[in-house]
Design a protein around this ligand. Sequence first.
Ligand SMILES: Cc1cc2nc3c(=O)[nH]c(=O)nc-3n(C[C@H](O)[C@H](O)[C@H](O)COP(=O)(O)OP(=O)(O)OC[C@H]3O[C@@H](n4cnc5c(N)ncnc54)[C@H](O)[C@@H]3O)c2cc1C
Length: 389
Amino acid sequence: MDFELTQEQRMFQRMVREFCDAELKPYATEVDETGTMRWEAVRKMAGIGLLGLAVPEAYGGSEADTITTVLAMEELGRTCGSTALSVAAHNGLGCAPLAHWGSQQQKEKYFPRLLSGEHLGALALTEPNAGSDLSGGVQTFATKDDNGWVIEGRKAWITNASLAPVITVLLRTDRYAGTSGFSMILVEPGTPGFTIHPPEKKMGLKGSPTHMLSFDSARVAPNQLLGAEGAGFRQTMQTLDSGRIGIGAISIGLAQGAYDEAIKYAQQRQAFGKPIAQHQAIQWMLADAALEIEAARLMVFKAAWMKDHGKDYTKIAAMAKLMASEVAERVARNAIQIHGSYGYSREFPVERIYRDQRLMTIGEGTSEIQRMVIARRLLKEAEFHVPAD
Ligand SMILES: Cc1cc2nc3c(=O)[nH]c(=O)nc-3n(C[C@H](O)[C@H](O)[C@H](O)COP(=O)(O)OP(=O)(O)OC[C@H]3O[C@@H](n4cnc5c(N)ncnc54)[C@H](O)[C@@H]3O)c2cc1C
């Protein structure tokens, strides 16, 4: 990998960093306490291209490369986990599938609303009885008739569902065709028979709404199919590969945010006659945190670089997500340790960061599933003598 940020990427990183420090960081506690997104900031994001990262310029997007997207997600994660998750889901799960597989008519209809700063996009894969095992567990089904599709089923844990002008739903359109029997269908809120339930009460990421959905003979028009009938499972796997790079980037941001707080506190707090930063045990926690953040960041960059260069990035994306999310957990844990009792209080940001980062080893594939994806690739490479990248 011959990797260096371009001048354009550096400028974008600086601009997003300044934006996040001014518009998100001072309000992150309020977003967490009230469980409400700061829409003033989201509207401003529309103006600086943060809502159209995955959208072609022809439709008003910023059509960013993956490295640029990673830079943005890290800054969002560093300053407000809730906003980072919702904006990452908007770009990677809401807009990206529409950009890849949407018809011109679908793009013209939905992108203006998705890019307006008044809505955020959503993708519904998970169900009450199907998360890790989507191919075996998804039961939501669409039947085709002369007037379109009739949908029955339920979805669970859907980020931004109440904020989206349209939700992309993974479902079965053929019960007997295995993974070739899945499709994606676009469903608008207000469709008769379609219900978005109240937000879930969560441990963290409280400003990012998460909903259960139900479909009781919900009818949608035939032209709401996204891409080809039967392509839904392949579309899902492709979307998740890319989404995992985004979760990796948010994780690094959360870890960086916790680390920044910890090193600041360690220099101020006195114990045994000197700042606690002068005690070796604290120094080692700080050194380990900086080391692990840097290693995880490089791995996320490598995954992004491989995607941008058209290489197979499934394994490295799983590795990057697994590593970055587990680093975020260790760094946030130690940031609380460095704060002592104050770390356990809501007065300091590390308590919120600790709760927010906890999702990162679960969403878009748990750590166990990432290890499974990695191991499958390793075994295939060993079988076919594929050289390591
Ligand atoms: C805040 C939040 C936001 C979310 N946003 C979205 C969203 O926008 N869209 C969406 O579709 N989903 C979303 N999800 C759902 C999330 O992606 C799933 O919860 C996740 O994929 C795990 O699925 P599950 O909860 O059903 O766990 P399960 O699949 O039931 O897994 C339970 C446990 O079993 C383990 N396990 C399962 N299979 C294996 C195996 N083969 N080997 C070893 N261990 C295994 C898992 O790793 C886990 O530890 C969100 C969830 C949360 C909490």
